[in-house]
Design a protein around this ligand. Structure first.
Ligand code: ARG
Length: 458
């Protein structure tokens, strides 16, 4: 018979059992569920709601069930619906009537809310550590490449010279925000809902604060309806993870481009590339492509969660059982992607010469010629037009701007002197931009220092 079977005259249809059951996916919460129950049982005993003797037996047996699950000795049952009732059923099988006292003063509704919060807190900690590792590796890459010149792009057209270090630091900044967002989500997840009951709390004198303290929660929820029906933290986490994946996906997209024969800015390590079953010459950036592809999955989870929650009245509704698979999948996907992404960027070869060559093409120093003229007193808008004509002339002559002779340059503006060549070299273009946030070595080193301080203070 079902643990809730008292008011039923007929057994559940087999199809309904299968349909209703969440044990297939919520069994991963077994540890949280048992930890929560142990804490609840201890508190019931301490409050005199059940006897201390019963409380101790429940706690001891739950510990045994936990280790039996971990040693693969427990078979969960679809009939017992979910992880909460499977554990409770095993407990009752083992210690009979004493086990039946565990569920005093609580509901699966507040129980599951607490289980997921505990799970999410742990996962945030693990994912944050992975992000920190990635940041550290990117910082090493950035430090090694503060003078590695490459073209910066807008519209995927060459724009101005930057350094590879500067480019990498853009992603470090994104990842620091990702880390920070997770920290923020953690704070709002760290609130203990047990005691909300099914929806309206309980008449038993629970010590909610004691449970929160024992389970390492910063505070307790202050509205029982919200306590059981809030899944904001799951949505927030999935949203954080979506943004993180969006960043990894953008970087992946660049690495896919850069490892193409057209760019050749980077060479992926063999260990992070795959071949073709038909084309013998192929070496494909599958890892980067899969990360880009899996980003869609994580967005899908976010949409699924938002949609599950959008129309349900207070408080708990069974729709909310649908929160788990999306949440789990988003977490699993991110935990799969971040380490492999880290390995990929750590092992790839940076082709500095090709990057420099790339920076020299496409008139990336045109703005610097204009700035040169401005410094000689020409109004910027006029300088812009002059350099536009210079670019046209250079393009026709199939030359870079700094390959034009002084005479050819003077044809465009009499203000141009011999010192132009030093002013518009690739290194001068980069080094001239030494303001905060710029690509000059001194500025990038400053930005690296800020990021290192962030990492060192975690
Ligand atoms: N398996 C359920 C879930 O994940 C647990 C809560 C069920 N509560 C209920 N009253 N049916 O949401």
């Amino acid at each position: 018979m079902k643990l809730w079977g008292g008011r039923f005259e007929k057994a559940t249809d087999k199809k309904v059992d299968d349909f209703n059951s969440s044990i297939r996916f919520d069994q991963r919460l077994y540890k949280e569920d048992i930890t929560v129950s142990i804490s609840h049982a201890r508190m019931l005993g301490n409050q005199g709601i059940i006897s201390v003797e019963d409380s101790l037996l429940i706690i001891k047996t739950l510990g045994e069930i936990l280790s039996d699950i971990e040693n693969g000795k427990v078979e969960f049952e679809i009939d017992a619906e979910d992880i909460h009732m499977n554990v409770e059923k095993i407990l009752i099988e083992r210690i009979g009537d004493v086990g039946k006292r565990l569920h005093t003063g609580r509901s699966r509704n507040d129980q599951v809310a607490l289980d997921i919060r505990m799970y999410v807190k742990n996962e945030i900690t693990e994912i944050s550590a992975m992000i920190a590792e990635l940041i550290k590796d990117l910082l090493s890459l950035a430090k090694e490449n503060t003078r590695t010149i490459m073209p910066g792009y807008t519209h995927l057209q060459k724009a101005q010279p930057i350094t590879f270090s500067h480019h990498v630091m853009a992603y470090v900044n994104m990842l620091i925000r990702d880390y920070d967002r997770l920290r923020d989500t953690y704070r709002r997840t760290d609130v203990m809902p047990l005691g909300s009951g099914a929806l309206a709390g309980t008449t038993h004198p629970l010590d909610r604060e004691a449970v929160a303290k024992e389970l390492g929660f910063a505070s307790v929820t202050t509205n029982s309806l919200d306590g059981v029906s809030d899944r904001d933290f799951a949505i927030e986490l999935t949203s954080d993870l979506s943004i993180l994946m969006m960043h990894l996906s953008r970087f992946s997209e660049e690495l896919i481009l850069w490892s193409s024969n057209e760019f050749r800015f980077v060479t992926m390590d063999d260990a992070y590339s795959t071949g073709s079953s038909i084309m013998p010459q192929k070496k494909n950036p599958d890892v980067a492509e899969l990360i880009r592809g899996k980003t869609g999955r994580v967005y899908g989870s976010l949409m699924a969660l938002l949609t599950v929650m959008k129309g349900i009245p207070l408080a708990y509704n069974k729709d909310m059982q649908e929160d788990k698979e999306s949440l789990f999948d988003a977490i699993d996907t991110v935990k799969l992607c971040v380490p492999v992404f880290t390995g990929m960027v750590k092992t790839m070869k940076i082709n500095k010469d090709t990057m420099l060559l790339g920076a020299k093409g496409g008139f990336t120093n045109a703005t610097d010629v204009a700035d040169y003229l401005v410094k000689k007193g020409v109004p910027f808008r006029e300088a812009h037009a002059i350099v536009g004509r210079m670019v046209l002339a250079a393009e026709k002559a199939n030359k870079a701007l700094d390959d034009l002779t002084l005479a050819e340059m003077k044809d465009c503006s009499e203000f141009i002197e011999e010192d132009i060549y030093d002013a518009i070299s690739m290194m001068a273009c980069v080094e001239g931009r030494s303001l905060i946030g710029g690509p000059a070595e001194s500025a990038v080193l400053q930005s690296i220092a800020v990021a290192e301080e962030f990492i060192n203070n975690l």
